[in-house]
Design a protein around this ligand. Structure first.
Ligand code: NZQ
Ligand code: ZN
Length: 423
């Protein structure tokens, strides 16, 4: 996946510091530029603080919407009273709405299709997503699908690129996926088990209301899975062959902030300031603040997406299992970077120790951190054995010569070994 550094070029991993930048206009030129070209497109307004959900109606109105699809999940927003407050705010702003709940974690294609039909039947002119990453991702898919004549999956299987998207506003209830700051939507096709994660700038949400109080009701497991996902979003950028000093240092400090804040939130789940810290970290971890101008990895995410595609695992929990296994599989090939990680993120002592010992302690500390949050770190803990490994390997690497990841490009054999290490 090369999207993070586009629009005007992408990177070919040559394993050297000379890279090929390929322009949209065709042709390619070899470049020795170290920092890659990028376009930073950040169209989202963030409205952060207590009571901000009361602005949902007026904000949708300001986007020119008169009738919105009110997209939400399995009921947490009804139980907490948030949905009632959001509908009251829509009423007050004179924006009508169609209730459209039932988005499930790891959102599925069939629901996206149903919601597209609902948009068309009811003549909706905007979408208000109220929930976590799954609801936001589903809303993005509906937003591009409803304006397209063909089937929405075309966008997820590489057959088509969306030209436009309905206006999308959002009220975030779970800091984790970072969908509020990304151009990505992750949707599972239940028939093929493919969990696809394309990136299209047009489907970025126009606004995101972030009231940390809304996260007080989160179960500890979801809070922890969210923190793990954030940690991984930074790692996917940190482990790069084209490091940019500013990005590296920001990444290390963001990781340290998660190490400090996440356990504190679990210990004091009703503490506003801690919840607020974690909520904004979730956005920063995935809005590319720590990744501009760098080639990024994303192997752990691809390997996890196959796991949660087949077994419907909570994404953050899957990452807590896959990430340490990925590290153990590749660290010897990139020893210096793993030493840098261990020392700068975990303050691992270097005196009288080999590079290998230092690197291994960094990996052990990563795994121990996930465990301390209450995350599983082995497939056995979530009742997954090797019986479907081949299926998962093929989802990650569809062809014999497919490669995943950039920091260390991995083939089918590598992916199989990583799943095995995770047992
Ligand atoms: O469905 P409801 O009843 O609302 O319950 C949800 C759901 O069961 C619950 N929840 C959310 N907010 C709550 C709450 N419960 C109590 N109080 C609250 N305030 O939490 C459960 C999980 O929600 P979900 O939205 O699935 O979690 P998350 O935000 O972690 O999103 C996960 C999805 O995002 C994708 C993942 O693959 C997964 O499908 N990702 C999206 C990315 C992106 N768009 O850029 C990048 C990520 O790497 C990730 O892949
Ligand atoms: Zn993630």
């Amino acid at each position: 996946v090369y999207w993070y550094n586009t629009d005007n070029g992408f990177v070919e991993n040559t394993g050297r510091k000379i890279r090929m930048s390929v322009c949209k206009t065709g042709g390619g030129k070899e470049t020795e530029d170290f920092m890659l070209d990028f376009v930073a497109y950040i169209p989202t307004t963030y409205i952060f603080g207590r009571g901000t959900e009361e602005q949902a109606g007026q904000r949708m109105r300001a986007l020119g919407c008169h009738r919105v699809l009110l997209h939400y999940g399995g009921g947490s927003v009804e139980k907490s009273g948030l949905l009632a407050r959001v509908t009251a705010s829509l009423d007050e702003a004179g924006v009508s709405y169609v209730l459209d709940g039932g988005v499930q974690p790891n959102p599925v294609l069939s629901k996206v299709r149903d919601s597209i039909a609902c948009v068309r039947e009811n003549d909706c002119d905007g979408i208000l997503a109220v929930g976590g990453g799954s609801v936001l991702d589903s809303a993005k898919a509906v937003g591009i699908g409803a304006l397209y004549e063909g089937d929405v999956w075309d966008f997820f299987c590489g057959k088509a690129q969306p030209k436009s998207c309905m206006p999308i506003g959002s009220v975030l209830t779970l800091p984790a996926a970072g969908s509020e700051g990304s151009g990505c939507a992750v949707i599972t096709n239940e028939q093929t088990m493919q969990k696809s994660d394309p990136v299209f700038p047009v489907m970025r949400v126009q606004f995101c209301i972030m009231n940390p109080e809304l996260t007080f009701t989160l179960p500890a497991y979801q809070t922890a899975a969210g923190a793990t996902d954030m940690f991984s979003h930074v790692l996917e950028r940190y482990f790069t062959n084209t490091p940019v000093v500013l990005m590296n240092r920001l990444a290390e400090q963001t990781l340290k902030a998660i190490l400090q804040v996440a356990p504190a939130v679990l210990a004091q789940p009703q503490n506003y300031d801690l919840r607020a810290e974690l909520m904004w970290i979730g956005t920063v971890a995935h809005n590319n603040t720590c990744g501009y101008g760098e080639e990024q990895d994303w192997a752990s995410h691809n390997i996890e997406h196959a796991l949660s595609g087949v077994y419907d695992v909570t994404h953050g929990a899957g990452l807590a299992i896959i990430t340490p296994a990925w590290m153990k599989h590749i660290y010897k090939r990139k020893l210096d970077k793993f030493v840098e990680y261990a020392v700068n993120v975990f303050d691992v002592k270097t005196k009288e120790r080999t590079k290998e010992e230092i690197a291994m302690e960094g990996i052990a500390r990563t795994e121990a951190f996930f465990r301390s949050l209450g995350m599983p770190t082995r497939l056995g803990q979530i009742d997954v054995d090797e019986s479907r490994f081949e299926e998962m390997v093929r989802l990650v690497c569809p062809n014999e010569d497919s490669i995943t990841g950039h920091f260390v490009p991995l083939d089918r054999q590598d992916v199989r070994q990583i799943y095995t290490l995770a047992l």
